[in-house]
Design a protein around this ligand. Structure first.
Ligand SMILES: NC(=O)C1=CN([C@@H]2O[C@H](COP(=O)(O)OP(=O)(O)OC[C@H]3O[C@@H](n4cnc5c(N)ncnc54)[C@H](OP(=O)(O)O)[C@@H]3O)[C@@H](O)[C@H]2O)C=CC1
Ligand SMILES: O=C(O)[C@@H]1CCC=N1
Length: 259
């Protein structure tokens, strides 16, 4: 496929890093600034440098608030049977088709772990998409990690609050955990190694186990032992559950505001 990325910042750039490893598709980036692009990727700074009906896919990877201003100038560059793919949070198919007309539109919500090929993406295709377009886009997004098709836009917004924004929550939890490890006496390098390896190992243990997460937690927690003492603080007054509940609901509510 011949693919145009409108915007190549943190998220578009992370995905492009994976895609560029595969020679299957060719990429053009339209972005006012030429970021550090992988070899073989063409850069244009303005839409007038493009030809009519050049692309099979146009990936919208700019901020949702910019789409109404920027996207109209690029519509001509998509082939008549091409497909718009948007990774913009919240921005609905209705908003995009209000700009591009009744065209094939796919909403994808990736996450930052795409940078290392371990991303999680949700994908919703509108009725104008053919089965071939859906499977082509699903396979393409799958090059950045797992790709989960969903059957409504609302699921994309809910998924945004879990996996799209998720790396932001996890980076903050990691930061705080590393800070606590340093506070108890480890240097930063050791603190990072202890925390990262504990989290990676714990996630893999949970993934490979048939036990519930609660049972796994209990398997670590000796009666009157160290873990119980720690968990009594972490879980006090149900604050952790409340905090995570409020976190994902706030992100979901924000997606609705960005429609
Ligand atoms: N960051 C993340 O983890 C995720 C982001 N997303 C979505 O991805 C989209 C991009 O977010 P993110 O990558 O974080 O943001 P960035 O600001 O890093 O990327 C946006 C890019 O668009 C460029 N840009 C600005 N104006 C134009 C223009 N007129 N034409 C073309 N490109 C332009 C920006 O350039 P400059 O910097 O010079 O202004 C920048 O390189 C958003 O819609 C967001 O909702 C989705 C999932 C996860
Ligand atoms: O914060 C945002 O709006 C984007 C969408 C998901 C992650 N980053």
């Amino acid at each position: 496929m011949n693919i145009l990325l409108i915007g190549c910042g943190k998220m578009g750039g992370a995905m492009l890093r994976q895609w560029a490893k595969d020679a299957e598709n060719s990429f053009t980036v339209a972005d006012p600034v030429k970021h550090d692009l992988p070899a073989g990727v063409r850069h244009v700074s303005k839409p007038t440098s493009l030809s009519e009906a050049e692309f099979d896919v146009i990936l919208i990877a700019i901020k949702p608030q910019m789409i109404a201003d920027v996207l109209p100038d690029y519509v001509f560059a998509l082939k008549p049977d091409g497909c718009f793919v948007s990774i913009a949070a919240g921005c609905s198919v209705a908003t995009i088709s209000g700009i591009v007309g009744d065209r094939a539109i796919v909403r994808v919500m990736p996450n930052m772990a795409a940078m290392v090929g371990l991303g999680v993406s949700g994908l919703y295709a509108n009725d104008a998409c053919t089965e071939q377009q859906q499977s082509d886009v699903t396979a393409w997004i799958g090059q950045t990690g797992t790709c989960v098709p969903v059957d409504s836009e609302d699921r994309i917004d809910r998924l945004t609050a879990i996996s799209g924004s998720g790396p932001g929550y996890v980076f903050e939890i990691l930061r705080s955990y590393v800070a606590a490890a340093m506070d108890i006496g480890f240097d930063e390098a050791t603190a990072r190694a202890l925390v990262f390896d504990t989290i990676t190992g714990t996630v893999e243990t949970a993934r490979q186990s048939d036990e519930t997460l609660e049972d796994l937690r209990k398997s670590v927690t000796s009666k009157n032992g160290t873990t119980q003492a720690g968990l009594e603080q972490l879980m006090r007054d149900g604050q952790l559950d409340a905090l995570l509940h409020d976190t994902v609901h706030a992100a979901y509510a924000r997606a609705a505001e960005l429609k």
